[in-house]
Design a protein around this ligand. Structure first.
Ligand code: SAM
Length: 317
């Protein structure tokens, strides 16, 4: 609803106001400047018992995909999610569900739908590709890539609660229902009650990894880990350039994680009123850094102006 969108926007913006801005915030004197509010990276493993992931979750369908009902998560988890490990707990929260800095991953932002439309229009091929859904929130973009037979899909969100309570359940619900019919989904039968092919779903889930934390920390974790890691052919990112304070970290993360011939598809509002970010400012940073070439491949004019940007390394083929 419009109301919950506004609520989401406000909390996201409030979070954006504090986090990662060195030296700004309530604990300026106690905390070392460089470490203030920077959220460590963590990998979230998929629990063996998949039913546990969907326990207490109510699913709805959004653009023909399963998505957990966030209002139910808020009711069932409120107050018990204290795992964020964020230095400053006094800044924004989302109904107590997310302690500390919240970056907006609990709701599906409209550019996600723009990017999904663009995938079909531009016939973007995910088959056999390695894909990262960066700043994933619900993870619908990565789920579309999985359904498009990507070889590997990784999901990242700033908040661990979002990964555990929203992204992971969404991926599991959509994977274990790969074989279910459109009619089943239309009837909104709970995913666990439908016939499922356990082997097929495990195979799809084995393609996925889940990470929380700040971008530069996550990229460090990936690059320094002893698990094999190959750079991404495609990085998808929607509504992640609202705050100019993050541009440097975002740009460097894309540069570190994208394969030399890979592509980034970034969906964004043209301007984020109140926070100051927007596509032109991000374009300017791209030009200054001189690492990527970028082009606006689509603009959407209804409502707030939005666009899709494609990025590739300057020396890519
Ligand atoms: N992509 C989702 C969508 O379109 O619905 C969520 C968009 S939400 C507004 C912004 C996302 O970017 C959040 O998922 C948040 O976790 C992530 N994010 C923002 N700033 C970040 C940062 N500095 N480090 C890591 N993740 C960040």
């Amino acid at each position: 609803s419009q109301e919950s969108m506004e609520k989401g926007r406000k909390t996201a913006d409030a979070g954006a106001d504090c986090s990662l801005r060195p030296g700004v915030g309530q604990h300026q004197e106690e905390a070392p400047r460089t470490k203030h509010c920077v959220k460590a990276a963590k990998e979230h493993l998929i629990p063996e018992d998949l039913n546990k992931v969907l326990e207490n979750k109510v699913m709805e369908t959004v653009s023909d995909l399963y998505h957990v009902k966030v209002s139910v998560v808020e009711m069932t988890c409120s107050g018990d999610a204290d795992s964020e490990g964020i230095v400053s707990k006094s800044v924004s929260s989302h109904s107590d569900l997310i302690p500390g800095v919240y970056e907006g991953g609990l709701k599906i932002w409209e550019c996600t739908f723009d990017l999904m439309d663009y995938f079909s229009e531009a016939k973007i091929e995910f088959r056999n590709k390695t894909v990262l859904d960066l700043g994933c929130g619900a993870g619908l973009l990565g789920i579309v890539a999985l359904k498009g037979k990507a070889e590997r899909v990784h999901f990242q969100d700033y908040n661990s609660t979002v990964i555990e309570e929203i992204t992971l359940p969404n991926v599991v619900a959509n994977c274990i229902n790969e074989g279910s019919s459109r009619e089943d989904r239309k009837a909104s039968k709970p995913p666990a009650k439908r016939p499922k092919n356990a082997e097929a779903s495990t195979e799809v889930l084995n393609k996925c990894r889940f990470f929380s934390g700040e971008w530069s920390e996550v990229s460090q974790l990936l690059l320094s880990s002893n698990k094999p890691f190959s750079k991404y052919d495609i990085i998808l990112t929607s509504e992640t350039i609202y705050n100019p304070d993050y541009y440097s970290a975002l740009h460097d993360t894309l540069a570190q994680l994208l394969d030399k011939n890979g592509r980034v598809y970034l969906a964004s509002k043209v301007h984020y009123f109140g926070v100051g970010g927007g596509i032109y400012l991000f374009e300017k940073l791209i030009e200054e850094r001189n690492v990527f070439k970028s082009s606006i491949v689509k603009t959407i004019d209804e409502g707030l102006q939005r666009c899709i940007m494609e990025m590739a390394f300057k020396d890519s083929s």
